[in-house]
Design a protein around this ligand. Structure first.
Ligand code: ME8
Length: 523
């Protein structure tokens, strides 16, 4: 059995998580569910990144100890992921003792190997990003990552010898075309950071103490990124007594990260792994950001949207659908109340929900709910629908295997539209009037079968809706719910749809709901 190990970034618990954070997690969860449905042995990791100056300051603001603060925030994160039905297999916290010990061991090993050396650091430091920058890296004298003010700071520090690994990294990029997706991110790393000369990385801090202490020199704490990146290993028990999960799942098959943390994952992370003599992940997928019409989401602009607020009013699956459908992965996607309501009304309500409703009510009306068997003599229109199903399944798989997520969803909606059109073309109400039983049976079978395939295709990202569709069309047998069963078009037998179809999505009143979401953003 193939294994598939997938990771999300571990999140800074510096406040409530907005829909950007939810996007990464929903994407990872959907990928996991897709591979699981295909029968693979999947493992999804998520967690919280709990050390560093910013967290210490946040806790102090609230009159809490850092530990109290991160305990509360980790509980909040778990609650949110439960609401969003994130099917993770392990939740790592960088304050976990198991993680702390291994980070210390790794640091010692790097020192012994000569990868880490002691020196003095002077540079431009961005407090919110916890990153030092050289003069040339600054943009208009400000932090190149977040655009905020930086200050000149100097401290005794340990450094990781990145230069030593630069050529090996370039060679690795070259020989592993699947390592970085989309490819242009790799070129950015090469042109912006590696070719101009990779700087050694400062890997300790003495300016604060909320972090993992260097065992041999405890006034230093380990730089948050060295601490955080190793979570992908320690979560599996790497370096601990029980490393069976590590042996089973490492290297990761897919690591998903946002564009702001690409540099850490595409340069430092592979170099740390090379220094540990470990294989590198198969693919690191860098996604762009969800932005607002007026730019980045920020509390000061009053344009932040939180996933749980949307879920509470519109249900989980519409939010999951919107995030994946509206974000092209390799470009920024814009959230607007109007686009959310439109996607809801057009894609989910008009296209999907109506298709189900019309079908269930026709099977009830013409065949007392009993779905006719496949008759073995499909006509031209039936055959065309069968072929469209097969074609769209293949197109979806191709897009998802290449991590073109939104395009994959579009392929499913092409099938949904085609199926709706099939009703208009075959006009079952006319067939009923003409008492053309044989044709009417074939049409009903084809509609139910297409709906079954659609339900399986949407299952990775809209699990509850998929189950609801399968229930309404009367598919109960697990063997017709897995990915393999998509290959069979003619096998459904003895199934009965529910007596009265229930709409899975009800039309929203656009103006009211746009106003409602705008108010959420101001809240
Ligand atoms: O970076 N749209 O954590 P984090 C899409 N602790 N994604 C967004 C986004 C937006 N508007 N805003 C943020 C960290 N993100 C580190 C990770 S991993 C070893 C350590 C994404 O909570 C962002 O790109 O600040 C990142 O991938 C993730 O949310 C977590 O950000």
């Amino acid at each position: 059995m193939n294994k598939f190990y997938i990771t999300t970034p571990i999140y800074y618990p510096s406040g409530r998580f907005h829909i950007g954070t939810a996007y990464t997690t929903v994407l990872a969860d959907s990928m996991k569910r897709y591979h699981k449905l295909k029968g693979e042995d999947t493992f999804l990791l998520t967690g919280t990144d709990e050390h560093g100056q910013k967290i210490g300051e946040k806790a102090a603001e609230q009159g809490k100890t850092p530990q109290e603060y991160v305990d509360e925030m980790a509980a909040y994160a778990k609650e949110l992921w439960a609401k969003m039905k994130i099917d993770y297999d392990y939740f790592i916290r960088t304050t976990d003792e198991k993680h702390v010990k291994v980070v210390q061991k790794i640091f010692d090993r790097f020192m012994e190997q000569g990868d880490i050396y002691k020196g003095e650091y002077e540079g431009w430091y961005c407090v919110p990003c916890e990153s030092y920058f050289t003069e040339t890296q600054l943009v208009d004298g400000k932090c190149p990552d977040c655009g905020r003010e930086v200050k000149l700071m100097k401290e005794e520090a340990y450094f990781f010898n990145m230069k030593k690994y630069a050529d090996r990294l370039l060679k690795y990029y070259d020989e592993h075309p699947d390592f970085v997706k989309p490819e242009y991110r790799k070129n950015e790393m090469i042109n912006n950071f590696i070719k101009p000369g990779l700087e050694d990385l400062c890997v300790t801090r003495t300016t604060f103490d909320w972090g993992i202490k260097v065992l041999k020199d405890p006034k230093h704490v380990v730089y948050v990124w060295l601490d955080a990146l190793t979570n992908y290993l320690t979560a599996l028990g790497y370096g601990s007594e029980d490393d069976s999960l590590f042996k089973k799942y490492w290297p990761a098959d897919l690591q998903i990260v946002g564009k702001d943390i690409a540099r850490f994952h595409l340069i430092y992370w592979p170099i740390f792994l090379m220094a540990l003599d470990l294989p590198l992940p198969k693919t690191i997928l860098v996604h762009n950001w969800i932005t607002m019409k007026d730019g980045k989401m920020s509390k000061s602009k009053g344009n932040v949207i939180y996933p749980e607020d949307l879920v509470e009013r519109y249900g989980l699956d519409s939010v999951r659908y919107f995030l994946l459908r509206e974000m092209p992965v390799s470009q920024d996607g814009i959230f607007s109340p109007k686009s959310f309501v439109e996607r809801y009304n057009f894609d989910l309500c008009n296209d999907l929900s109506n298709l189900l409703n019309r079908t269930v009510s026709m099977v009830n009306k013409y065949f007392s709910g009993n779905v006719p068997k496949y008759n073995g003599t499909p006509n031209e229109v039936d055959k065309e629908l069968e072929e469209t199903c097969a074609k769209q399944i293949k197109a979806f798989e191709e897009k998802w295997e290449n991590y073109e997520i939104a395009n994959g969803l579009q392929e499913i909606w092409t099938l949904i539209s085609r199926t709706n059109k099939y009703i208009d073309e075959t006009m079952p109400w006319v067939l009923a009037k003409e008492e053309n039983k044989e044709k009417l049976e074939s049409v009903m079978y084809h509609l139910i079968e297409s709906l079954r395939e659609i339900a399986i295709l949407i299952k990775p990202f809209m699990n509850d809706t998929a189950d609801n569709i399968l229930r309404q069309i009367g598919v109960r047998d697990e063997k017709f719910m897995n990915w393999d069963s998509l290959k069979q078009y003619d096998a459904l037998k003895d199934i009965k749809v529910i007596e009265k179809g229930e709409p899975i999505f009800m039309r929203l009143k656009p103006e009211e709901e746009i106003e409602y979401i705008k108010n959420l953003m101001k809240k």
